[in-house]
Write a protein that binds this ligand. Sequence first.
Ligand code: FAD
Length: 284
Amino acid sequence: MIPAAFDYYRPKDMDGVLSILEEHGDDARVMAGGHSLIPMMKLRMADVPHLIDLQDVGGMSDIEIGGDAISIGAMVTQADIIDHGPLAEAAPILREAALQIADPQVRYMGTVGGNVANGDPGNDMPGLMQCLDAVFTVVGRGGPRDIPARDFYEAAYMTAREDDEVLTKVTLPMPRGGYAYEKQKRKIGDYATAAAAVQIVKEGDTCASAAIAMTNLSDTPIYSEAAGAALVGTSLDDAALKAALAAMLGDIDPTEDNRGPVAFKNHVAGVILRRAIERAWSRA
Ligand code: FAD
């Protein structure tokens, strides 16, 4: 399909972006890679009379790895994440997850900022960022503010970012311990039927901490504190695993769609989560 007519803007700096957002309010939207927004416009599911392309706005394409934290600019693409050696070493779960998003063509354009700002429950990075306890920085006329990923998602396509704010970067504490990103999809390039991000810290034979989030099983990503807590203090025996799975199943709320009925999705969620926990534990 062909999108409705729109005006196209390509400002050179953030001030230009914010001015257009201020002038047109709800009628204006920023575009990063365009690989979620343009399909929505073509399907007439998004009406965007004023489209603001972020490609020429500098300062949002860096990956910085410090001692305690990693900062990723909003315009960093999924392909950049995959190709960045030091990042793959510092936070290998990012590369493992990015490799399971769409296909290479989409990953060359799709950005980290677009993926997390979009608010689509099918996007892989929101749950991943919740697992990693990331913080999103957004900027508006009032200056920058930080929003924890775990507080960012309110409902499908509804987030804590205001319409006149732009997400500029994602910051995460340096991940520790074992990790796994597991995703079940119908075919290569598809969105998840269920996906799980798990990060586990082990002390001796005991689980010292566990962070777990799942994707596409509710209208937001689900970070389950209870699922992580069920593993802490255990050596991941079968009872602990079952308790974590039960906690997560209590937190998700899948709906029937072309990926299957609710019972099937709950089943897949359990299988994927068990697999992710076991792999993260084996790497911890
Ligand atoms: P855009 O499409 O440009 O923007 C998406 C939304 O975010 C828009 O509402 C836009 O206004 C907003 N936005 C973008 N950047 C900012 C910013 N800096 N600040 C504030 N708002 C912003 N994704 C997955 O996670 N997993 C998949 O398996 C997957 N499969 C796909 C398969 C296909 C065939 C396609 C076409 C896409 C798929 N995607 C998938 C989506 C892809 O990863 C998108 O590119 C990504 O979700 C959005 O990134 P983008 O840079 O293209 O954002």
